[in-house]
Design a binder for this molecule. Structure first.
Ligand code: ADP
Ligand code: MG
Length: 332
């Protein structure tokens, strides 16, 4: 069942600028974790604020659990939406204690055992009497999360929940958040600009570019079968090879500007071939440059027609001007 549905939502801040959110539609199933992923300024925060009711769309509909929250005739106030929201800046009340911050949400005090369980799961036990300035950034985030979940919202909205964290901390916080999501059985929409976070945490993602939903799907679907170059590059370096050279490629797309049909090929899908009977699509050429990445070597490779980026095993001996044949293996 769809918990959240957005239909053709558009929002402009200034009439002389392109809309921040442009005719955007997507939906979330009950219990699903959905990531809104896109670069800075693509409209992610605006979209989250529209869902929360902090911003009114110019047109379009927002429906939560079969209740219309926004339409041409309806606007439901934020506090009546049953959404928990955690901003990028945690927005705790500075003059209230942790406990007071948490039970601020309407309905939170109705179920003290749930609040205590949340405090326990997030590991902020013992901090209840402190004020926000007496907490670390990570602890403040946990308090904001507990506050958002204390009212058992239908929908939890998180803006860049992992963007402040060191890489070492990220992994444990991702695991912690996923535990919290499944324990609270809530549907989650979170904003991220980091494809790794979105891949690790989300069941599905909505790729947003210039306020539009470019592609919606699981991380695997989008990784394998991106709809355009911009989406393909979200997952890192990609080669775009004309379809005529790999007619049987499993995935391809037509570029809007050039009307050219290309195959998205990841650098690691191109490997050196020694066996000439191998029936993979092949390209012969010469190494232009080699960059050592530790786990692999990134090689710029030039055929007579174009340049390709390859990721080759670190123990393979390659130098500039080495000549060899590579094969494209979509299974890799
Ligand atoms: P993201 O969260 O993806 O970085 P935002 O939703 O914050 O993107 O911003 C989308 C666009 O809307 C940007 O061009 C931004 O400058 C503009 N914008 C965001 N908030 C406001 C505002 N309150 N007033 C005017 N323009 C805004
Ligand atoms: Mg933002």
């Amino acid at each position: 069942m769809n918990v959240l549905t957005l239909q053709n939502v558009t929002k402009s801040y200034n009439y002389n600028e392109p809309p921040a959110v442009n005719n955007l539609s997507f939906s979330c199933q009950s219990g699903e974790v959905v990531a809104l992923i896109g670069g800075s300024g693509s409209g992610k925060t605006t979209l989250l604020r529209i869902i929360a009711g902090l911003e009114a769309p110019d047109c379009g509909e927002v429906i939560l659990n079969n209740n219309i929250l926004n339409s041409s005739t309806v606007f439901v106030a934020p506090e009546k939406r049953n959404c928990g929201l955690v901003f990028q800046e945690y927005a705790l009340f500075p003059n209230k204690t942790v406990r007071q911050n948490i039970i601020f949400g309407k309905g939170a005090t109705d179920d003290p055992s749930w609040v205590n369980e949340l405090i326990d799961i997030t590991g902020i036990t013992g901090l209840e009497q402190r004020f926000p300035h007496e907490l670390s950034g990570g602890q403040q985030q946990r308090v904001a999360l507990v506050r958002a979940l204390a009212t058992r919202p239908l929908l939890l909205l998180l803006d860049e929940p992992l963007s402040h964290l060191d890489p070492e901390l990220k992994e444990s916080v991702r695991t912690e958040l996923l535990k919290l999501f499944s324990k609270s059985k809530t549907t989650v929409v979170f904003v991220s600009h980091d494809i790794e976070d979105a891949t690790a945490m989300a069941d599905r993602m909505v790729v947003i570019h210039k306020g539009e939903a470019e592609q919606i799907g699981t991380s695997d679907e989008i990784y394998r079968n991106p709809i355009n170059k911009n989406v393909a590059r979200l997952f890192g370096k990609t080669n775009f090879i004309p379809i005529e050279l790999i007619p049987n490629a499993p995935y391809s797309f037509t570029e809007k500007e050039s009307n050219e049909k290309v195959v998205p090929v990841r650098p690691h899908q191109l490997q050196v071939i020694n066996d000439s009977t191998n029936n993979l699509p092949k390209f012969t050429g010469k190494v232009k440059s080699v960059l050592n990445h530790g786990a692999y070597k990134e090689v710029e490779f030039k055929t007579t027609q174009f340049s390709l980026t390859l990721h080759l095993p670190k123990n393979l001996s390659v130098q500039a001007d080495s000549k060899f044949t590579i094969g494209y293996n979509p299974e890799l």
